[in-house]
Design a protein around this ligand. Structure first.
Ligand code: EPU
Length: 428
């Protein structure tokens, strides 16, 4: 077991460079199953979720090579299995993309579901609804296995009842090699949807409208290999922007697409921070005192649910009462009990957290409950005077590349140590 020691209370200052987007790359890597030939994927973040999905592809028979620290070469020519077992998928909840990718490749997929996530159940009814409309027979087997098969996948007009990132990408994956045209109505519009579509198009697919209200996919004979670079991670960028604002820091966040950040930029300005946009960077400056605000998470371009725990943490030191409503996931406030260890005054009622702003957070021992809840613990420790200890780091390792190193470069006093004593060490 490892823990982070963070000696907080110092404003973050300097520059940080954002890595490739986790939620794009874990759709793009399974998408290589549809390609005949080699795919060179650049700007791949070194995070545990990427290691897991690359391992799964290797176990299916793909050749997966790391060319340098952020470039991967994948050749799925020799993949001959359409079965992903529980042991393969259990470490990654988004392994449901194997359904669409294997169906597209083999007209057959037997995929185990990794189960619910730390903030509620993870239904796939919209994914299955889309597959069924494309002619897929869906058998739900014991232990959460889905056995999906079709003689030939056929294009269909699919209306999603719920805006779902996963279902949108999964149906795109199933549709690129299907017979005919697939139209997705009410799709998700997140930047990673557009990125997966751009990847597939660059390999020969015909997808139009990704990022808009209607996606049209014309099935093609085959996809060919090529080189593609993953977009920057807007959730990672938002994490550093909110941390800069919360520590009254001054941080230049480089290698981002400022348009992706609009909901975050406007919220930081609303609470009193300064945000300056450049072509591919954003500068954030905090304020001595932050004003309270209301935040409601929504599908893109609304305020991202993945930044909700960080927004709540920021507002914990505002000068009044704030409200944060989670409208994407049923329950995503597990981290609040841990956050309150730092002296924040937050109560949760249903889908809304009420935050009574306090003057200052104090150091605490706390654990990560999930990936973004974990980032919120790190943020609280950076805001708090004294040395905090953060446990259960496997959550943040899933999604943040070189987290401590990037924070250290911004002046944070942070270090990772083995957790075999209860003593609090100085993190200088
Ligand atoms: N939903 C259904 N039925 C479905 C699919 C989804 O009811 O068939 C519901 C979900 O229960 C949820 C809502 O629809 O309430 C949105 O779920 P969505 O399918 O959009 O989420 P996801 O694809 O499983 C991705 C990200 C999450 C992010 C959400 C929302 C990946 C791998 N994960 O999940 O990211 O919170 O979209 O933007 O792309 C994270 O990075 O920390 C993370 C959890």
């Amino acid at each position: 077991m490892e823990k982070l020691l963070i000696n907080g209370g110092t404003p973050l200052k300097g520059e940080v460079t954002i890595s490739g987007a986790k939620n794009a790359v874990i759709g793009i890597i399974p998408a290589t199953l549809l390609v005949e030939g080699k795919c060179i994927i650049e700007n791949v973040p070194a995070i545990d979720d990427v290691t897991v999905i690359m391992d799964i592809l290797t176990q299916l028979g793909a050749s997966v090579k790391l060319i340098n620290k952020s470039t991967v070469e994948i050749d799925c020519t020799n993949v001959n299995s359409c079965r992903a077992t529980y042991d393969m998928v259990k470490k990654m909840r988004a392994s449901y993309y194997l359904m669409g990718a294997l169906l597209g490749r083999f007209n057959k997929a037997i995929v185990s579901m990794p189960g619910g996530c730390n903030f509620g159940s993870r239904p796939v009814d919209q994914h299955l609804k889309g597959f069924r409309q494309m002619g897929v027979e869906v058998k739900e087997c014991v232990n959460d296995y889905y056995d999906l098969s079709a003689d030939q996948l056929v294009g269909a007009q699919i209306y999603f009842d719920i805006v779902s990132v996963g279902a949108t990408i999964n149906v795109m994956l199933a549709a690129v090699l299907a017979d005919g045209i697939t139209i997705i109505e009410n799709p998700a519009k997140e930047p990673h949807i557009v990125d997966v579509a751009n990847f597939l198009n660059s390999m020969g697919a015909n997808i139009k409208g990704a990022g808009t209200d209607i996606i049209k996919i014309k099935g093609v004979e085959k996809l060919h290999g090529g080189t593609y670079s993953v977009i920057p991670d807007y959730v990672e960028a938002g994490t550093y922007m909110l941390m800069a604002a919360a520590t009254n820091g001054e941080v230049m966040v480089n290698n981002i697409i400022p348009k992706h950040m609009e909901s975050v930029t406007s919220k930081i300005r609303e609470v009193g921070g300064t945000v300056v946009e450049y072509d591919d960077a954003i500068f954030v400056k905090g304020a001595k005192k932050l004003t309270p605000a209301r935040v409601k998470t929504l599908p893109y371009p609304g305020f991202p649910t993945d930044l909700q725990p960080l927004a709540t943490t920021l507002l914990s030191i505002s000068s009044g009462t704030s409200f944060v409503t989670e409208a994407v996931w049923d329950s995503r406030f597990q981290y609040v009990a841990e956050l309150n260890r730092f002296g924040s005054k937050i109560t949760v009622n249903g889908d809304t957290a009420t935050i009574e702003g306090v003057e200052k957070l104090h150091a605490a021992k706390a654990k990560c409950t999930d990936l973004r809840g974990g980032a919120a613990m790190v943020m609280a420790a950076l805001m708090a005077d004294g040395t905090s200890e953060i446990y259960n780091l496997s959550h943040v390792d899933r999604g943040y590349e070189r987290f401590e190193e990037k924070l250290k470069n911004l002046g944070a006093k942070i270090k990772r140590v083995q957790d075999f004593s209860n003593e609090i060490e100085e993190a200088n």
